[in-house]
Design a protein around this ligand. Structure first.
Ligand code: ATP
Length: 346
């Protein structure tokens, strides 16, 4: 199979500091991949290598079956790759039309084509006459996308393009961008800090950690069966407890919890998501005491200290509950885990 992008064994250092180590993954044509990871783990560096702004020290990068770096070199402007940076990087003194036109070959730089590109990103063609500072942040990002689309790239790289936008505008801009790219069937890679954004935007999520690719999979796989505890904690809220695993059961402070049999045995740690923990006042399952209640509008976070046998270290868990609750600190509750947890060898 020919992949739209095939990154294999890529290493990159700057001034003796290793930034990327053995990064390998492949992306199918027309798919959307989100790259997430803590600040400084090398996400932007990886995008810049794919775009051709940097050269890898080792490994290869191939676009649609053609090696462009490592054992051959194709410069950035010869790769069919679009790049939208965090701040859009528009030319501030040029009009919107001129910014978009910059992406077009000279003979195709017509008002009609520029209007068409602006319409693609849901902007009125009359905006062509404005300067970038006469547009909102979300509109500017859409101009940057129109400029990148003008080159008709096979691969679009988006480096945190929504991060400077406020929550409402961010969701709106993200939907427009996702729609445009899906309609044009452009293979897309999005770097983001925002885990819910990664899970909702992409077909596949790649989690990076300290220059390595920790895990790549569907949003569901990454969220429900993260490869290790740091990945679990990075991609969402996680309740992690020590446990004793026997086959597909884990004994822990939350009681006897089902786990997917994955070879983990004996002393282990178990991870469940807060929304898997059901709290009731009936006292079913394991019991505990509410120690704090945090109000977040649509949901509440309940801190609960679990009852433990004398001598055991008391475990405290945070549970998410949608809607209002009348529970207050000091209330006694029963706790049950829904679905399966994930076990990790201790
Ligand atoms: P963030 O999420 O904060 O943008 P990131 O995961 O995108 O981070 P990179 O921008 O790839 O991380 O940077 C990874 C590391 O490489 C950082 O420590 C950075 O300082 C370093 N770095 C990046 N580019 C260069 C360069 N040209 N010269 C020297 N060091 C660099």
């Amino acid at each position: 199979m020919t992949y739209a992008l095939d990154v294999d064994g890529v290493d990159k250092s700057f001034g003796g500091a290793t930034i990327l180590r053995g990064v390998a993954f492949a992306v199918e044509s027309g798919s959307t991949t989100a790259i997430v990871g803590p600040s400084g783990c090398g996400k932007t560096t990886l995008l810049r290598l794919i775009a051709g702004f940097e050269k890898p020290d080792a490994g290869t990068i191939a676009l649609a079956g053609r090696v462009v770096a490592g054992g051959g070199w194709v410069p950035a402007h010869r790769r069919s790759v679009g790049y939208v940076a965090q701040d859009g990087a528009l030319f501030p003194h040029a009009t919107v039309g001129a910014n978009v036109g910059f992406g077009l070959p000279r003979r195709a730089r017509t008002p009609a084509r520029i209007a068409e590109l602006l319409e693609m990103v849901s902007l009125d063609p009359s905006y062509a006459a404005r300067r970038p500072d006469q547009l909102s942040g979300g509109q500017q990002q859409r101009v940057a996308l129109a400029r990148a689309l003008a080159r008709e790239p096979e691969l679009m790289l988006l480096d945190e393009p929504f991060s400077a936008l406020d929550a409402g505008l961010r969701a709106h801009t993200r939907r427009i961008v996702a729609d445009v790219l899906a309609k044009a069937a452009i293979t897309t890679i999005l770097v983001t800090h925002d885990q819910p954004e990664a899970l909702s935007f992409a077909d596949r999520v790649a989690v990076m950690s300290a220059g390595r690719l920790a895990q790549i999979g569907t949003p569901r796989e990454i969220y429900s069966t993260p490869i290790d505890v740091p990945t679990a904690q990075f991609i969402g809220d996680a309740v992690v407890l020590s446990a004793h695993v026997d086959g597909s059961r884990a004994r822990c402070a939350l009681g006897d919890v089902a786990v997917a049999a994955n070879g983990v045995h004996g002393n282990a740690r178990i991870m469940v998501r807060p929304e898997q923990i059901e709290v009731s006042t009936e006292g079913a399952g394991v019991s505990g005491t509410v120690v704090d209640v945090e109000y977040l509008g649509s949901e509440m976070l309940l801190g609960i200290r679990l009852d433990t046998a004398d001598g055991d270290v008391p475990e405290r868990v945070t549970v998410r509950r949608f809607g209002a609750t009348t529970l207050t600190p000091g209330d006694r509750v029963g706790i049950r885990v829904l679905g399966r947890g994930v076990a990790y060898q201790a």
